[in-house]
Write a protein that binds this ligand. Structure first.
Ligand SMILES: Cc1cc2nc3c(=O)[nH]c(=O)nc-3n(C[C@H](O)[C@H](O)[C@H](O)COP(=O)(O)OP(=O)(O)OC[C@H]3O[C@@H](n4cnc5c(N)ncnc54)[C@H](O)[C@@H]3O)c2cc1C
Ligand code: FES
Ligand code: FES
Length: 459
């Protein structure tokens, strides 16, 4: 039995763990303020907040309920638009949207307001940039974004004295959120939830955040025999063990983005991660999901391939480690038995003379998958490249390391000729196909340009 708090009410359900939260909210609880737009994580009309006690602190993140299985919200607080309404008046976020004429048909409006409520509740500094970032997963088809941006600015302005602690109490005292928010932490602690046993190794499908699975196999997922991975706390960590970074498979993309260790070693991590999906998707998407999905254009896959990462696979009893570059055998074919799942990923942390870069070109800059993506990990001293590992996506049936080009660069002097020669070798290694994301000629040119971009960025 799953138990959680939905707005101000404790609820329990024996529905299948793979049931989508959006359906539960709308059809079982008749809370129809949460809208169904795309059902693919793209529009944000279904945005809800998930509150969870982490390190004795209640933390909220936005998520797309159309891709969230209810098995992933056991013991948590779910906030829908109804949960932030006041009885007889608009809350200040709704009022800001109204004042700025930021709504017309209103279909997208609950999603924007819930995302902005998430911005109010989270620990980020209440800057205008962070307010805009909080709505990066919400699309409006009729109002246009300027009024919404002005409303976001108004919300930001009223948060200027926001503390780092007891944020819910602060928001309640300021009449931004209803009073019950102050009671949630204690009520979540008192909620006696059963831990979902994670030993179902006969499962047909390993379910992470669901952001790939529910898009690709929506109907199959609803009654799938799934082993829930995302909420397994033993698989959520990022640590440094003697210069080796170890990351638990169920770590989310947002946890990666917020990691002090990773930000310290990857100075451009923030700008790289912002190119990957959107805030509500990153909040629930796991790293293992990106790797095991085996998409030829998976961004984190390309990121970790350039770091020459190793993954750990387990069948619940035995473990084995393999290089990520050996994991991909053909289009969506993995060196993985059906009983095996990813538990961890590890790589050598960049040292002082190691330089890392990630590039991605899509049809639009944000919230889009790549036409071509690539990453590089480069070491050099005295104008000589001592080591290079370059990865690329969108140029083959699998995400790949450009092993010939990488080997060519090692030991070469840094100059334009080296770069031109290396690019020619890279092009000889790839086999792009023409599809909706570009012709094979375009993708070939893109890879060449992106390798140049790596060198311009790093050198
Ligand atoms: C709107 C939208 C935008 C997106 N944008 C991007 C983008 O810009 N770049 C990008 O790379 N991706 C993008 N994605 C894809 C997706 O979000 C990522 O691939 C994400 O990391 C998948 O993680 P997940 O936990 O949701 O995976 P899931 O959907 O849960 O699983 C994906 C696959 O991995 C398997 N799996 C999950 N966990 C494990 C495990 N521990 N061991 C073995 N197998 C496992 C599943 O069985 C499944 O085959 C986007 C998705 C959406 C909906
Ligand atoms: S319905 Fe569009 S993101 Fe969920
Ligand atoms: S107000 Fe109509 S889609 Fe945004």
């Amino acid at each position: 039995m799953l138990k959680f708090i939905l707005n101000n009410k404790e609820v329990s359900t024996t529905l299948a763990h793979t049931t989508l939260l959006l359906d539960f909210i709308r059809y079982n609880k008749t809370l129809t303020g949460t809208k169904i737009g795309c059902r693919e994580g793209d529009c944000g009309a279904c945005t809800i907040l998930i509150g969870e006690i982490i390190n004795n602190e209640l933390q909220y993140k936005s998520a797309t309920s159309c891709l969230t299985p209810i098995g992933n919200i056991n013991g948590k607080h779910i906030v829908t638009i109804e949960g932030i309404n006041f009885e007889n008046e608009l809350n200040p976020i709704q009022q800001a949207m109204h004042n700025q004429s930021a709504t017309q048909c209103g279909f997208c409006t609950p999603g924007f307001i819930v995302s902005l409520a998430g911005f109010c509740l989270n620990k980020n500094t209440p800057t205008y940039e962070n307010a805009i970032a909080s709505i990066d997963g919400n699309i409006c088809r009729c109002t246009g974004y300027k009024p919404i941006e002005r409303a976001a600015k108004n919300v930001c302005d009223i948060l200027q004295d926001k503390p780092q602690q007891n944020i819910a109490t602060y928001l309640v005292n300021k009449n931004i959120l209803p009073k019950y928010f102050e009671t949630i932490q204690a009520r979540l602690k008192a909620l006696s939830t059963q831990t979902i046993e994670n030993t179902n190794v006969s499962a047909k499908v390993y379910l992470g955040g669901g952001t790939d699975l529910y898009v690709q196999k929506h109907d199959e997922m609803l009654d799938a025999n799934a082993m829930l991975m995302a909420d397994n706390k033993d698989l959520q960590y990022i640590k440094n063990e003697n210069g080796i970074c170890k990351i638990g498979a169920s770590t989310t993309v947002t946890q990666m983005q917020e990691s002090d260790l990773l930000n310290q070693h990857f100075p451009n991590l923030q700008q790289h991660i912002k190119l990957i999906s959107s805030t509500p998707i990153r909040n629930i998407a796991t790293i293992a999901g990106n790797l095991a999905n085996a998409s030829p254009i998976g961004d984190l896959t390309v990121f970790f391939l350039a770091l020459n990462a190793t993954i750990t696979l387990s069948n619940g009893q035995d473990e084995r480690k393999i290089l990520l570059s050996n994991f991909y055998k053909g289009y969506k074919q993995l060196d993985k038995a059906a009983s095996e799942y990813i538990t961890a990923i590890e790589f050598q942390l960049p040292t002082n003379n190691t330089y890392f870069n990630f590039e991605k070109v899509c049809k639009r800059t944000y919230l889009d998958i790549a036409s071509v993506n690539t990453a590089i990990c480069l070491q050099h001293s005295n104008n000589i490249i001592t080591n290079a590992t370059i990865s690329a996506g969108g140029v083959n049936a699998i995400p790949m390391q450009l092993s010939k080009a990488s080997a060519f660069f090692a030991g070469k002097q840094i100059n334009t000729q080296t770069l031109e020669d290396g690019i020619q070798i890279a092009i000889s290694e790839i086999a792009p196909i023409s599809d909706a994301r570009g012709t094979k000629e375009y993708k070939t040119l893109l890879l060449a340009q992106l390798i140049k971009a790596h060198f311009i960025e790093l050198l």
